[in-house]
Design a protein around this ligand. Structure first.
Ligand code: COA
Length: 257
């Protein structure tokens, strides 16, 4: 399934493209595997100075594949969960990460942006983190990073009400650097990456490390992950995933826990 994420290295820039547009770039375990490998490669390959994250089609990503979540909730998923490697890679990245975001960025589609150093959004961008309505909890250290970035009130409304943030608001509240017309989105992200690629890598890496506490981020990911795993198996989550598959709103009135 590696064709659902492509990578290309050119002039010091590793461009990682989510390429499953018919499913709004929803992320499967295999796709997380390729993303995790790309971040790992960026740390070890001296030819890579910057990583660009982008998505094909009308959405950046609809977040975790909900069929994968449903399988995990029923204990059907076997083998390594690459999402954990991907999140660890985001937490530990020393290379600058640049994101180009159009359309929907749901769940991890938004929370991964909190680990990107520059974020460009198309005017179509719509950032959402509807974890609570999926009976889940925030991940990717977003329970720490999102309130720190945009304030508790707005962060809670995003997590618990599923309130969407549009492109202009994303810039206004510090989730993104600039809004650009969709047709110019990739060129803008690429131009920023090219500038970063010319900067001294050591100074960039230290600057990034000074601005982020990897230990605190890792610790919060572990706290979130333990609860997230329990939540995935809850009756509430089963109702949420069944509702998505049946194209209806979930009804939590009869399920608890
Ligand atoms: N997991 C699996 N499949 C997904 C998906 C996801 N997270 N998001 C979208 N898809 C699939 C849909 O099932 C649909 O498949 P189909 O064509 O085989 O029926 C296809 O992608 C297109 O999605 P659709 O809902 O028709 O597109 P839309 O433009 O009306 O809405 C979204 C786009 C992203 C708003 C909507 O798909 C959505 O809310 N997805 C779920 C997002 C989510 O809750 N993610 C988890 C966050 S933790």
């Amino acid at each position: 399934m590696t064709e659902h994420v492509t990578t290309a290295l050119d002039a010091g820039i590793l461009t990682v493209t989510l390429a499953r547009p018919d499913k709004k770039n929803a992320l499967t375990n295999a796709m997380y595997g390729v993303l995790a490998d790309a971040l790992q490669r960026a740390e070890t390959d001296p030819a890579i100075r910057v990583v660009v994250l982008q998505g094909d089609g009308d959405s950046f990503t609809a977040g975790n594949d909900l069929a994968d979540f449903a399988a995990q909730s029923q204990g059907l998923h076997k083998g390594e969960r690459h999402v954990l490697r991907f999140l660890d890679g985001l937490a530990r990245a020393t290379r600058p990460l640049v994101a180009a975001v159009q359309g929907n960025a749901v769940g991890v589609g938004t929370t991964m942006l909190l680990h990107c150093d520059l974020v460009y959004v198309a005017d179509t961008a719509r950032l959402t983190t509807p974890f609570v309505n999926l009976a889940l909890v925030p991940e990717a250290a977003s329970s720490l990073l999102l309130p720190a970035r945009i304030g508790y009130a707005r962060a809670f409304a995003m997590f618990a009400l599923g309130e969407a943030v549009d492109a202009a608001t994303a810039v206004a509240i510090g989730l993104a650097n600039a809004v650009v017309p969709q047709a110019e989105l990739r060129a803008r992200a690429r131009a920023a990456a090219e500038t970063l690629a010319k900067r001294p890598l050591g100074a960039l890496a230290h600057t990034k490390a000074l601005m982020r506490s990897t230990d605190a981020i890792r610790a919060q990911m572990d706290r979130e992950g333990a609860i997230f795993q329990e939540r995935l198996k809850s009756a509430e989550a089963r109702e949420a995933f069944t509702a998505f598959a049946e194209r209806r709103q979930p009804d939590f009135s009869k399920v608890t826990g």
